[in-house]
Design a protein around this ligand. Structure first.
Ligand SMILES: Nc1ncnc2c1ncn2[C@@H]1O[C@H](COP(=O)(O)OP(=O)(O)OP(=O)(O)O)[C@@H](O)[C@H]1O
Ligand SMILES: [Mg+2]
Length: 392
């Protein structure tokens, strides 16, 4: 018989009270660093966030000590998970590089002339995610070009082709999937250790946004992102998937480059709008993947042309075609054009992506055609041989 106040697994039941930061810190007093110092006294802890039974924090250590600290991270996470009123706990171990010191976790600087590229091709040197056949990134150098909208509709397009598809929101600074897929529920924990992703429109979905409240201050900075991402890949029960689409944060800085290096990517899809400035950023995005030897599966031109919702007249307000030309110039496949259309925006922002909710409409067809090209790129072995890219 289950004693009162306990659930059938023997854990003390939540009593309606949420765990506090102070309780977490008190619990961590019982966990020692490799040098035997109680964790809260080591100066390695980030702010501890405890909202609604979800706890996270990170431990930042010198890159050279990461191995010794991994066991501490595990113990801390386990101890916090065992606290009453804790539904999930995520403890990230992050490596800080001392100025001037090389770090295993930091991306390589620009390769010196004649240097060999980073030994990393199509993710073959990285541990894959069990059960997941191909992981692809949807990226752009620039923010706001429609990456997340494209990632969601591309994932749905791939699913409509009969593939088992997951989507991971790697935009830890500004997660979009809770909104784009209208997901309000929190993921459940499985056996207290792994997270069960959410299923929506047939997609398996995970976002850091499911775990944090919008008001939570963004404690995720710099290298912390990497640990959080690694955990979202490895501690989530993704199940068997043909493709996992990763919605990347904007930009081509160190965080993005490191991510591109840490995730075993089969390829990257670059989203750009047609303007020159966006194209310059797209080129940076392509160059970034090139640096880590991830094949570019192709470029999508988003907001390619404007279709008037009233009369259907088309206007090329952003000088349409720029991304196609750029793709041709750089020797990467061009995957298709998505118009700037009110329906795409309204549906996307309402959590009702067009491919799922208007499957017979013209926009869904465009995304499905793009998805078919991405699938063909993956099938064609794009994950093994990088297409020729002629930029530096
Ligand atoms: N083809 C389109 N037609 C109309 N609106 C679009 C289209 N693509 C994206 N949008 C809208 O543009 C806005 C930005 O899109 P989205 O959030 O997908 O961009 P993003 O590149 O992921 O942005 P961020 O860099 O902030 O992550 C959203 O309001 C979205 O609905
Ligand atoms: Mg986005």
């Amino acid at each position: 018989m289950v004693p009162p106040g306990y659930d059938p697994t023997g854990r003390q039941k939540a009593c309606g009270m949420a765990v506090t930061k102070e309780q977490v810190l008190a619990c961590l007093q019982g966990i020692n660093s490799p040098e035997g110092i109680p964790l809260p006294d080591t100066g390695t802890l980030s702010d501890v966030v405890a909202t609604d039974g979800k706890v996270f924090f990170s431990i930042s250590v010198d890159a050279a000590q990461v191995k010794a600290w991994e066991a501490v991270r595990e113990r801390a996470e386990k101890a916090v998970r065992a606290l009453p009123d804790v539904q999930s706990a995520l403890v990230a171990l992050t490596a800080e590089r001392k100025a001037g010191a090389p770090s295993a976790r930091t991306p390589p600087g620009p390769a010196p002339a004649g240097a060999r590229p980073t030994p990393r091709g199509g993710g073959e040197n990285l541990q894959g995610v069990p059960g997941v056949e191909s992981i692809i990134a949807v990226a752009s150098g620039k923010g706001g070009v429609g990456k997340s909208t494209t990632a969601v509709n591309l994932a749905l397009g791939l699913a409509s082709l009969g593939l088992r598809v997951g989507i991971l929101d790697a935009d830890i600074y500004g997660p979009s999937l809770p909104k784009l897929l209208a997901i309000k529920e929190r993921p459940q924990t499985l056996g207290g250790t792994r997270l069960k992703p959410i299923t929506r429109y047939g997609l398996t979905v995970m976002s850091i946004g499911f775990l944090i409240d919008e008001e939570t201050p963004m404690i995720w900075r710099g290298p912390m992102v990497i640990s959080a991402l690694t955990q979202m890949l490895r501690e989530v029960e993704w199940g068997a998937l043909d493709v996992m689409v990763v919605d990347m944060p904007p930009g081509t800085g160190d965080a993005q480059l490191t991510m591109a290096q840490q995730v075993p990517l089969k390829g990257a899809v670059i989203v750009s709008t047609p303007q020159d400035l966006a194209l310059i950023d797209a080129r940076r995005g392509i160059a970034m993947f090139k640096r880590v030897n991830v094949p570019v599966l192709g470029v999508i031109e988003n907001m390619s042309y404007f279709l008037c919702p009233h009369c259907g007249t088309r206007s090329d307000i952003f000088s349409h075609g720029g991304a196609r030309h750029e793709a041709e110039r750089l020797g990467v496949p061009f995957l298709g054009e998505v118009p700037l259309h009110m329906t795409i925006r309204e549906k996307s922002d309402a959590g009702l992506p067009v491919v799922a909710t208007e499957p017979d409409g013209p926009h869904a067809k465009i995304y499905r055609d793009i998805a078919a090209r991405v699938r063909d790129q993956l099938k064609g072995g794009a994950g093994r041989a990088a297409p020729k890219i002629v930029i530096e």
